[in-house]
Design a protein around this ligand. Structure first.
Ligand code: SIN
Length: 526
């Protein structure tokens, strides 16, 4: 029996754990908060996929939509592989107990931006929570999987210090309950820590999304890829500013329309469809249901030009009963703010949502180094990994699909290439390190980091702004490094160290690009 450590407990980590358990391996899941505190749990829209393996046309169009949304930068082999494996993996989820919405005997499919057909399975407007529930339930019934909640992965342990080519033999982690560091040996480590939305002031991500796994792997010698492509979701509710609530794109799939102040006034004075007044039509004939890069940029531009804090999502022309049945969570959240779905214009604005770039991985999720070779014993799956599936812009609801396909592939790859080689691992070196008495400087540095990313590395960029961000990141990195080298790790310190490193990779990739593609939009390149 080999031992695998999985860091992260979203769809990718939990699904891989179940697969490795089936193959007879011991699995330790290390997760920063409770097992259900993951981005998966917050995913609303759904999981895209063609269930019927004989539906060649359906798969062809899913592949075409994915490639077109990726703006020429998708890896077509990976896209085919994910779309073709979708049916099998979705059936796996069903057999684990995920309860997707039915329409009579058939499943109920919805549509989101960039999809030319209804092909998204969902569980009302809380698909991720349903998937997370079923997977956590299955994991808790397994004898070979142990869960370590409130445990933060800090660094990977290399087999030979300073030689990434020799691979990984475990992790150092921090117990957030005891404050103690621990070294855990393993035959392989699967990183499934999700994204880094916490880099921006407004994000749809949970607080755990601080780029931990990406930073750990990069420090151990892994390569990052396509980091400039960070997706902003166009419709996050403005009522809650710092932690904005996502209003799923599926609502626009059912006919919701985006208007600015001027369009809203004209719509209220006129008697026809709100779509006729949408500013999004200036950017794409698909209007409010164009791909996310286009719609988020249109919202951002409109808000900058008019000085408004938000645009409006209109649903009063839609069937209220249907809205009530399909979007109960959104409805109840809106009610908390005195807003009513199907009646009020909803104030929305873009918010940081999904890391399209990530750790460079191969078709089996093995993490690659700068020279393109795999680092032995290290896998990256889910949002933390850049497989090439999404190119320059992720198609809505392709992420849960990619995560489950690659979790399966990584687990299968490990199971058929297992080398049992648990080695002793060195304890964390704590001599001379001091307890961090004051966290205030870290809090200030985090604020500066978020402000820098929001102002200078947002939806629309310029070289001047990016260079300014780079200079600020050098300062922050030096500050954090100074504290890091003399302090016993705390959650705040570990996360800030990781966030600054990930921000640096995003900014540098953006500076190095000489073309606008998908989510990367530099005004100097127009
Ligand atoms: C949404 O429900 O709008 C988000 C889905 C996704 O990010 O794929």
């Amino acid at each position: 029996m080999s031992r695998v450590i999985i860091i992260g407990s979203g769809i990718a980590g939990l699904f891989a754990a179940l697969r490795l358990d089936e193959a007879g391996h011991e699995v330790i899941i290390v997760t920063k908060q409770r097992p259900e505190d993951s981005s998966t749990n917050w995913a609303q829209g759904g999981i895209a996929g063609i269930l019927d393996k004989t539906d060649g046309e359906g798969m062809k169009s899913h592949i075409e939509d994915t490639l077109s949304c990726g703006d020429g930068l998708c890896n077509e082999e990976i896209v085919r592989c994910v779309v073709e494996e979708a049916g099998d993996r979705i059936r796996d989820l069903l057999s684990i107990g995920v309860d997707f919405e039915k329409d009579g005997d058939d499943f109920h499919f919805v549509k989101e931006g960039g999809h030319s057909a209804r092909r998204i399975l969902h569980a009302k407007d809380a698909t991720g929570a349903e998937i997370e529930r079923a997977l956590n339930n299955a994991v808790s019934n397994s004898n070979n999987i142990s869960l370590r909640p409130h445990t933060l992965g800090v660094d990977l342990i290399q087999r030979v210090h300073g030689e990434p080519r020799k691979g990984i033999k475990g992790i150092w982690c921090l117990s957030l309950d005891s404050g103690k560091m621990e070294a855990i040996p393993a035959d392989a480590v699967l990183i499934a820590t999700g994204g880094c939305g916490q880099l921006w002031e407004r994000t749809t991500n949970p607080s755990v999304a601080s780029g931990d796994g990406l930073a750990m792997a990069v420090r151990a010698g892994a390569a990052s890829k396509d980091m400039a492509f960070f997706q902003f979701h166009p419709t996050a509710l403005m009522a809650e500013n710092k932690m904005p609530f996502l209003i799923t794109e599926a609502l626009r799939g059912e006919g919701g329309v985006l208007l600015d102040n001027h369009g809203l006034q004209k719509y209220r004075n006129g008697h026809d469809s709100p779509e006729n007044y949408s500013f999004t039509l200036d950017s794409s004939p698909e209007g409010s249901l164009a791909t996310r890069d286009i719609v988020a940029r249109a919202c951002d531009q409109k808000m900058k030009i008019t000085g408004a804090d938000n645009v409006w999502l209109i649903t009063d022309h839609l069937d209220k009963e249907k809205l009530h049945n399909h979007f109960p969570n959104i409805e109840s959240k809106l009610n908390q703010f005195g807003l009513s779905l199907g009646r009020d214009a909803l104030p929305v604005a873009p918010a940081a949502h999904y890391m399209v770039g990530g750790l460079s991985v191969d078709i089996n999720g093995r993490v690659l180094m700068e020279d393109g070779t795999a680092m032995p014993g290290l896998y990256g799956i889910g949002e933390v990994a850049c497989t090439g599936m999404h190119g320059a812009n992720r198609l809505a609801s392709n992420s849960l699909l990619e995560a489950v396909v690659f979790a399966n592939r990584a687990a299968e790859h490990f199971a058929s290439n297992t080398i049992q080689s648990i080695e002793t691992v060195p304890e964390w070196r704590a001599e001379g390190m001091l307890k961090l008495e004051e966290h205030a400087p870290l809090v200030r540095d985090l604020e500066t980091l978020r402000k820098t990313m929001t102002d200078d590395v947002g939806i629309v960029r310029t070289f001047n702004r990016l260079e300014r961000a780079k200079r600020m990141l050098v300062l922050l990195s030096n500050e954090v490094d100074l504290i890091w080298r003399r302090s016993i790790p705390t959650r705040e310190l570990v996360e800030l160290r990781n966030l600054v490193l990930v921000a640096t990779h995003i900014t540098e990739d953006a500076i190095n690009r000489n073309q606008n593609r998908g989510l990367h939009w530099n005004k100097d390149l127009i």
